[in-house]
Design a protein around this ligand. Structure first.
Ligand SMILES: *[C@@H]1O[C@H](CO)[C@@H](O)[C@H](O)[C@H]1NC(C)=O
Ligand SMILES: *[C@@H]1O[C@H](CO)[C@@H](O)[C@H](O)[C@H]1NC(C)=O
Length: 422
């Protein structure tokens, strides 16, 4: 306990952001991995293989379907874009059949649509899927990425010892900095250390990376989503203090728009991710996105919670009887509160909570349903707040304090008491 608190307070006082001017709010964009994995057979899967066609099609849809205007900015290629061997000059070579125009041309296409270009590599000898990694070629590879005008590098951690990462990831970050090009730096450093039950040095990670994958990959199911939410809730005291402008915990990609989540479950992920100040990285086929999922991804009120300028990661403040409550402090004294049901027994039940249960300061709030289904209401310290939750569903609200000062609060309670008495 003592150690945990010591770490907590040291973290708060000594965390210094990676000073590259990027990710002042959690990065938003699109990334191939969760949906498209390592599909490299373009004959069998012409619409799904990792290729410049997939990226260009996605870029066009990000513009035409409103994702870019909602803030989704980075378009990232994850693993499986490479040839299996480096070129004669030692440089990385993109797969010649799937990226025939080369990465610079693809980056130009992305930039011409006012989006940004993300690329994947791995700190070890090989990438996780077995393509050449950067180990021993760090400087050359960064030079290559810069020549392609890359804006974002996700550096994975397969084929390298997790004990090497405490020095390796900062060294790679130093080389990135030396180029003078602002490149968002996504580290998988703690994920591999957590996996080995090591205690990652989050102060150092937050100092050297813009975002970092803390734990396991997400898969396309409610089961996987629940596991990740549980882990982030259970470990929040070790993680949340290190999130802030320039540096974010990353619970992994959004599943929304794929096969595994119902509409209710997709709403859960969008709500909890925004409470966690998580990067919002869509990994879905935008060409086949159903309108109900697109609406969730484009919900501007929820995106505004995720992107809140205070940059404070929210916490799971309650977990009992298969209900979890997640609360995030926002700028201007407001709060975002997500009530999540983990029940699967059929009916939508009503639950009642006090402001104390939700861990909100006792004052009067205007409450707005961020999924826009309920009318505005008022929450007060004297009444329980009722929420009706679908099984594996969410209600997500913004609580905006109606009066700033305590005297005002007393007055209102008094007036309210009077009006009830009349
Ligand atoms: C990486 O490859 C080199 C050369 O083959 C080898 O010496 C080294 O042990 C490898 N490192 C890891 C972590 O596998
Ligand atoms: C490199 O690091 C310095 C010192 O932290 C910082 O001021 C500068 O903005 C960084 N440059 C880039 C391109 O990341």
């Amino acid at each position: 306990m003592g150690l945990v608190w010591l770490l907590f307070f040291c973290g708060v006082s000594s965390t210094v952001a990676l000073d590259n001017g990027l990710a002042l709010t959690p990065p938003m964009g699109w990334l191939t991995w969760e949906r498209f994995r390592c599909i490299i057979d373009c004959k069998t899967y012409p619409m799904e293989c990792i290729s410049e066609n997939l990226i260009k099609r996605t870029v066009d849809l990000m513009v035409s379907d409103g994702y870019r205007d909602a803030g989704y900015e980075y378009v990232g290629i994850d693993d499986c874009w490479l040839e299996k061997t480096r070129g004669p000059d030692g440089r990385l070579v993109p797969d010649r059949e799937r990226f025939p125009s080369g990465m610079k041309a693809l980056a130009d296409y992305i930039h011409s649509r006012e989006l940004k270009f993300g690329i994947y590599q791995d700190y070890g000898n090989l990438t996780c899927a077995g393509y050449p990694g950067v180990l021993g070629y760090e400087r050359l590879d960064i030079d290559t990425f810069v020549s392609w005008d890359a804006d974002y590098i996700k550096l994975d951690g397969c084929y390298i010892e997790p004990t090497e990462m405490d020095s390796g990831y900062p060294a790679f970050g130093k080389l990135l900095n030396d180029t003078g090009r602002p490149i968002l730096y996504s580290c998988s450093w703690p994920a591999y250390q957590e996996d080995k039950k090591m205690l990652p040095d989050y102060a150092s990670i937050a100092h050297h990376c813009n975002l970092w994958r803390n734990w396991d990959d997400i898969d396309d199911s409610w089961w996987s989503l629940e596991r990740i939410m549980d882990w982030f809730g259970d470990n929040q005291d070790r993680l949340a203090p290190y999130a802030g402008p320039g540096h974010w915990n990353d619970p992994d990609m959004l599943l929304i728009g794929n096969f595994g989540l119902s509409e209710d479950q997709a709403r859960v992920q969008m709500a909890v991710w925004s409470v966690l100040a998580a990067p919002l990285l869509i990994s879905a086929d935008l060409a086949t996105m159903k309108p109900e999922f697109r609406r969730i991804l484009l919900n501007r009120d929820i995106i505004a919670v995720d992107q809140d300028p205070l940059g404070k990661q929210g916490l799971r403040v309650y977990k009992e009887k298969k209900i979890a409550i997640w609360t995030r402090e926002l700028s201007q004294g407001a709060y975002a509160v997500a009530f999540v049901s983990h029940r699967t027994d059929g009916a939508a039940y009503v639950y009642r909570y006090t402001l104390k249960d939700i861990k909100l300061p006792e004052q009067i709030y205007d409450v707005q349903d961020l999924y826009h289904e309920e009318p505005h209401r008022i929450a007060t310290p004297n009444e329980e707040f009722a929420v009706k939750l679908n099984p594996t569903g969410v209600k997500f609200y913004k609580f905006v304090p109606r009066f700033a000062k305590n005297e005002d609060l007393k007055e209102v309670v008094l007036v309210k008491g009077n009006s009830l008495g009349n």
